[in-house]
Design a protein around this ligand. Structure first.
Ligand code: ZN
Length: 140
């Protein structure tokens, strides 16, 4: 297991803007604060969501779209560099009124309300293509 020792740096709490994108706001925030690596978690509610499932055999992401209000029971992820920008790799579990759950790799969602905790790390993480998985992973 490749690894790198890191230490926590700045910490933030944040409230996501109503009507904005869940992932895009995190990426914009990381860009504006100059964050090169971070982990975050959050909760709240969204008005819709598109989650992706990575098919390990096909090595393709397949989307599932939910055009309905959902609770964000938990969202967690990290921030690193991908191509020319920050990428907020985000996974989320989302609940419906009857308590049933959907979830996955959160591609996009329109925020109803959201609260975040962000912990910056004192390193720079930059994703690179991995031939085995065909994913953009951290070379550590
Ligand atoms: Zn993912």
């Amino acid at each position: 297991m490749d690894h790198r020792r890191v230490e926590g740096d700045r910490e933030y709490v944040a409230r996501l803007d109503h009507g904005g994108g869940w992932r895009g706001q995190i990426e914009d925030f990381a860009e504006s604060e100059g964050i090169d690596a971070a982990f975050f978690f959050g909760l709240g509610a969204v008005q819709d969501a598109t989650v992706l499932f990575y098919d390990q055999d096909d090595q393709e992401y397949y989307p599932a779209e939910f055009d309905e209000p959902l609770e964000v029971t938990s969202a967690l992820g990290n921030v690193s560099h991908l191509d020319d920008g920050r990428f907020a790799h985000t996974h989320a579990t989302l609940s419906r009124p009857d308590g049933s759950m959907v979830g996955g790799h959160l591609d996009s969602a329109t925020v109803f309300a959201g609260e975040l905790y962000v912990r910056e790390l004192d390193t720079r993480l930059e994703r690179e293509h991995d031939d085995v998985t065909d994913l953009d992973l951290w070379p550590l």
